[in-house]
Design a protein around this ligand. Structure first.
Ligand code: DQA
Length: 148
């Protein structure tokens, strides 16, 4: 088992800080990735940060880390609400998966209330802003320490 946490961001999250800041805040994707690297480092882990707007690239990244990693933190963006293919990829994972949303999707439009990927997630974060990523990594570190 290695010490890597895959932090995977999906479509439109490259526009963080510019896109609907009233919903997603002013932090950029680079800020999120810095936060993840620092948080992972503080637990003796390493964050591998990837972002893509393409579903197959997200799936390929999940395949790459599905065995052996410390876990996966995924914000699949709108694919959360549409993608059986990402659900299938996550169901093939042997490592813990944390689904993370910056906004509280349950306070928003009805189509955001259903997540295909929650069925494959160890835990789900929503509405914690970018701090949710740090909390998710902290939880992966906790799960790992329990494994000894
Ligand atoms: C999101 C919520 C999704 O509904 C939306 O499509 C996103 C971002 C979030 O982080 O709050 O792109 O996953």
């Amino acid at each position: 088992m290695d010490d890597t946490v895959l932090v995977l961001n999906g479509p439109n999250l490259n526009l963080l800080g510019k896109r609907q800041p009233e919903i997603y805040g002013h932090a950029t994707l680079a800020d999120v990735e810095d936060l993840c690297r620092t948080t992972a480092g503080s637990f003796g882990l390493r964050a591998e940060c990837r972002q893509s707007n393409a579903e197959h690239v997200l799936i390929d990244a999940i395949h790459e880390f599905r065995v052996g990693a410390a876990g996966i933190v995924i914000n699949a963006g709108a694919y959360t609400h549409t993608s059986v293919a990402i659900l299938d990829a996550l169901n093939a994972c042997e490592v813990p998966v944390i689904e993370c949303h910056i906004s509280n999707v349950h306070r928003r439009e009805a189509f955001r209330h259903h997540s295909y990927i929650s069925a494959a997630a160890t835990a789900v974060m929503a509405g914690f802003g970018i701090h949710g990523y740090a909390l998710a990594i902290r939880h992966l570190a906790h799960l790992r320490s329990r494994e000894g």
